[in-house]
Design a protein around this ligand. Sequence first.
Ligand SMILES: [Zn+2]
Length: 318
Amino acid sequence: MSTDLIVGSLTARPGEKITGTCRFDVSGQPYELPVYLINGAGSGPTLVLTAGIHAAEYASIAAALELGQTLDPAGLNGQVIIVPVVNQPGFSARSIYVNPMDGVNLNRVFPGNPDGSPTEQIAAWLFNNVIRQADYYIDMHGGDLVEALVPFTLFPEVGQPELDMASLEMAQMFGIPYLVRKPGGFGSTFSAAAGAGIPALLVESGGQGRWPRESVTLLIDGVHRVMRRYGMTPGGPVEPVETVVLKNFLWLRSEHAGFWYPAVEVGQAVTRGQPLGEVRDVWGRCLQTAQSPADGRVLFLVTSLAMNAGDPLLSVGA
Ligand SMILES: [Zn+2]
């Protein structure tokens, strides 16, 4: 039987689509979060989609907006909740990585803390009011303003075989060929969701502040494939896509502030020990050579010349 879909003060009855803004306090300041509620005429699972956890990953935000604007409750079995721009202050500031309210990366603090820093409070509100309602959860990301990437899907492993298998199966269904395993149940959106028993994914497409049609379409098609697979929309079985699971997601970080000279392209196959680029000082002296920790493929690559100590340089999926 279909039921009302409720987020904050918004309610969508079966067969209804409701759009509106949820308001809550973050450290005493009002925080406004636009939400799409699509409550299908037929019964089925609840799918939660979020984007803009990182507010300048525009292909994912564009995909979430388009899905919110086009999904039709009439032909839908089940419920879809879409939060297209979670990090509202970051979006208007065109901020990379963090929430400018406190300089914290929202995707490191889930499931959040209602008594914590502003970013922890936002995470807690989203987790308790939105993500917890999911039978399936997909968080959409991409390369940030200063990152190029090849599309890939992260799936959580929390040590519960049935749940881990459900997340992997959803990852295989989504349609992005590279899959990366992410152990642990805290910190990021999808890991925390899995920690609460919800099959979940984090999908990455686009980057460098651009949102070309193919990057947006990849995400929209993936969501439609998942919805079809779980019987939320008609169309029957989904054509499988060939996928490869990369067991390790190895990040290299800069030890110095300076200038970053990559020696590889995003997507390039690399071997263990291969020099991947140099961080140099203003006089051209090499401060750090990034070496590949394994045989694998460059999944994302920071393309900014400016580099800060502690910032990511690139990642290798192995
Ligand atoms: Zn991101």
